[in-house]
Every structure is written in C-alpha cells, then in structure tokens.
Ligand binder design. Structure first.
Ligand SMILES: Nc1nc2c(ncn2[C@@H]2O[C@H](COP(=O)(O)OP(=O)(O)OP(=O)(O)O)[C@@H](O)[C@H]2O)c(=O)[nH]1
Length: 463
C-alpha cells in the first residue's frame, strides 16, 4: 500500500541527510583547520590580551581559535566528541552562552527556526573580535577555573544584532561549534525540500497539504543544533514524521470507543459517488462491529439504482445481518427511519444506512441527504471514496463536506493505491478524520485508520 510514496520519501530522507552531513563536515573541517595551528601573531597577541581580528567567516573560530592560542585546543574530533566540553571549551561556551544569555535566549528549536534576518549592525571583524576577546580573555585569565567555581561570566553581552549574513547569530554558531555541534541551515535543506514537494505533489497530495508538511519540516529542522555524532538522518526522520502526523491525524477519534459510549442505537449514514465501495464497506463494517460484540442492522437507502436491493441483500444473508429495504424508488429517509425503529424495538446497537451513489452537484440527491439528516438525525455521516482516486477523492470529500457535513471518511481500495495522496490529504482538507481503509474485497479487508502506523510504515520505521 502506498509503495510509490514510501520510495519517494526514502529518497528525500537520504538526500536531506547527505546535505546536512556535508554541512557538518564543512563545519568540522573549518573548525579543525582553525584550531589546528594557531598563528604566531594570534598566540603573541592573546598573550598580551590584545584584541585579535578573526577571519570574518569564522563560525566558532572566534572562540575556538582564540583558545587554541593559549593551548592546543582539544578540538572535538569529528565523530568522537567528548560528551562534556573541555574546561577551556566550556569556559568559552560559558562565555558565549553567558554573553548570549543576557542578550538573547538559548536558541530553542522554535527560536532557532526563526533565524534573525536583520543585517549585522557592526563590522564583522569587530564583532568577531569582541567574541574572540571575550573567549580569549576568559581562557587567558586562569584557563582552569578553581574547582567548583564558575568561570567569571563576560559582562559584554553579545549584541542582539550580532547575526551573521547566513541568518544565525555569530555567537550561537560559535557556541555550537565549541560544543561540537552543527547548525542545520535553511539553504542546506532547500534542494531536498524541493524534491520532497515534487514527490508529494506527484503522489496526489493536495498542494495546501504539501505546503503545510514542508513548512513544518523547515520550522523543526532549520536552526536545529546537533552534536557531530548525532545522525542528521534521525533529525530528518523525526521532522518528517511530525509533519506527516500533523496533517494525517487531523480530527482523529477512537471509533470503537465512540460506538461503545453512544446511546443506542447509534445511526451511521454512508454517502459518496457511485461504485466507490459504499455497500461493500457497510457489509465489512457490520462484520467489524459483530467481531467486537456490537449488533447491527443494515437499512438500504439506495432506492435509486436497480439491483441495489439484491446486492445488499446478498451481503446481509452472508453475514446473517438483518436488512431493512423498501421497493426501488421509495423514500430513502423513510427506509433509514424504519431501520432505526427496528433497532430500538430489537435492542440493536448500530444502524448502517446505505444511500444511492451521488455527485455533490446532483441537487435532488443532495436534498435527499438533507432530508435524511432532518428525519433521522444520524450520529455520523461517513463519506466513502476510493484511495486510488487521489486528488479527485480529496476534492469530492471537500465538496461533500461543504454540501452536507460529514463526520469522517472511509477510503476504499487502498490495496490498489501506491500513491497515498488521498490518505494524506483528506483529513487536513476537510478537518474530518479518515476512520477506515478498505484493503480488499473480503469482509475482513477493513482496517482502522491509524495515522502513526501509516506514517511509520511510509518511513519504514515500523517495528
Ligand atoms: N480492491 C478493492 N475493491 C473494493 C474495495 N471496496 C469495494 N471494492 C469493490 O468495488 C466495487 C464497488 O463496490 P460497491 O460496494 O458496490 O460500491 P458502491 O459505492 O456501493 O456502488 P453503488 O452501489 O453503485 O453506489 C465492488 O466490486 C467491490 O468489491 C476495496 O477496499 N478494495
């Protein structure tokens, strides 16, 4: 099920990880280059405590380079960083954090996700200087703080506007690198996110749903800090999983619990266009309920199509379920009303009301639905469509919900759908949950829609 989409999501995750790792290697290489051989001048200057201008693009270089001036910095080697930064590194990090903490909050995932965009307010080198000096001064004066004493916090807070052109605080990047971490930046993800957007749209995911997924991934990943040892792939998977769940799980409720807690009989009416699997789904649901100890009666409100009564009667007899039916051409509302009467008289738990296949544009059929609503006042109206119909199913779900409010959806023929676009989009577009997936023509081929299980399956994360 949805294999095509699974394969496309796998490609995105691999590419996003590769890009972010390249960024990590670039930062490590930069960091190692800057900490490997401190220059004569740097060492001498730091001895004298003079300001040391740092190359403008130094990320952590400002602090790390400076520290190396006093002693070779035990740069956190890629892949085996110590868990705890060395005392120098922690002093520098402390200085950076302290200076930052007075000027800006610790970057949380959400803060980091809104990189400041205002241009730096002072020339890069001076700014770098300040950071370098503060760290240098820190590591210069008594590099090893007394046991149990906190290194003196620098008083000079990093300037709010202390943002590098890449949109992240110089001090934050410096602190990150000192701690052996790397910041995932927006430009690192642009290509993989573009690829993901194409994959989602090709899989019939509705445009607004694809954009919601991408926005959430950017918000969660961009600015994300991670240790060199942490796998970017895990961060990407987590961000993609959260984003998919946030759109697929809209409005979800526990159907079994709803049935158990409802006043009986619970009345469910099914609507949708011709041939999508409404009648088959009703038969499957009757068995699903029976397997869970709930009795049901089927009321055939499809008095429009010739042969409808025979088809549903076959299912009822096979399943030994009571059927209420009227002559073809009868009033659907009257049939379902009789079904409720029968259930009340015979202590039946659930009434399953079929209706004729209809397009949302056929006024008289939509008026029929409105009359059923008035006469029967069903507890749930479920929209049935084919998962394989993709975008068409999404559009119809929205149109049916606009015309006669639905409470949930059943997507049939998911066994034949490799795209998964409708399964991902319908809940977000209508605000109503997908409750079941039809996965074949057998009476047991009906499964509860479980967003977590679906997303884990799409990402290959299932146990
Ligand atoms: N593969 C597959 N086929 C299904 C599924 N659900 C229904 N079908 C088939 O789809 C066809 C139409 O099913 P029906 O239940 O008659 O559809 P309907 O919506 O009631 O059609 P009308 O009564 O004309 O409105 C039948 O051949 C079903 O066996 C499913 O989940 N998977």
């Amino acid at each position: 099920m949805f294999d095509g989409l699974k394969e496309k999501l796998g490609r995105f995750r691999k590419d996003a990880e590769e890009v972010a790792e390249e960024n990590a290697e670039a930062v490590e290489a930069e960091d190692e280059a800057e900490t490997a051989e401190p220059t004569e001048e740097t060492a001498a200057d730091t001895e004298s405590g003079a300001d040391v201008a740092e190359p403008a693009d130094a990320t952590a270089g400002g602090q790390t380079t400076d520290e190396s001036a006093t002693e070779p910095q035990a740069a956190e080697p890629a892949g085996e960083p110590e868990d705890e930064p060395t005392s120098d590194a922690s002093a520098a990090a402390e200085a950076a954090t302290t200076s930052e903490s007075t000027a800006e909050p610790e970057p949380s995932a959400s803060t980091a996700s809104e990189p400041a965009t205002e241009p730096p307010t002072e020339p890069e080198s001076e700014r770098t200087d300040e950071a370098a000096t503060s760290a240098g001064a820190e590591s210069d004066e008594g590099a090893e703080p007394e046991e149990g004493t906190e290194p003196e916090a620098e008083t000079e807070p990093a300037d709010e506007s202390d943002e590098s052109s890449s949109g992240f605080g110089f001090a934050k990047k410096a602190k990150s690198a000192v701690r052996g971490r790397v910041v995932i930046e927006e430009e690192d993800l642009e290509d993989p996110l573009w690829e993901l957007e194409m994959a989602l749209l090709e899989s019939d995911v509705e445009m607004s749903v694809a954009e919601a997924i991408l926005d959430q991934i950017r918000a969660e990943l961009v600015g994300q800090e991670r240790k060199f040892t942490e796998s970017t792939g895990d961060l990407v998977d987590e961000a993609l999983r959260d984003a998919l769940l946030s759109v697929i799980g809209v409005g979800q409720f526990d159907f079994d619990e709803r049935v158990a807690e409802a006043d009986k009989p619970l009345v469910i009416v099914f609507t949708g266009i011709n041939g999508v699997g409404k009648t088959t789904s009703i038969a499957k649901l009757s068995k699903y309920l029976d397997d869970r100890g709930f009795s049901s009666v089927i009321a055939n409100g499809d008095t429009y199509r010739a042969g409808a009564n025979e088809q549903v009667r076959e299912h009822a007899e096979t399943l030994d379920t009571k059927l209420i039916a009227h002559e073809q051409g009868g009033d659907p509302a009257a049939v379902i009303y009789d079904g409720v009467e029968y259930a009340e008289a015979n202590d039946i738990d659930v009434v399953l009301g079929d209706t004729a296949g209809r397009l949302h544009t056929s006024d008289d059929l939509m008026e029929q639905l409105a009359k059923i609503d008035r006469v029967v006042d069903p507890d749930m109206t479920l929209f049935v469509d084919e998962a394989v119909a993709g975008q068409d199913a999404v559009n119809r779900a929205r149109e049916f919900d606009d015309a006669a409010e639905i409470d949930g959806a059943i997507l049939t023929k998911a066994d034949a759908d490799s795209q998964g676009g409708a399964a991902i989009s319908v809940a977000y577009v209508t605000g109503k949950p997908i409750l079941f997936l039809g996965t074949g023509q057998g009476y047991d081929d009906l499964q509860r829609f479980d967003p977590e299980a679906l997303v884990d399956d799409l990402l290959g994360l299932e146990e």
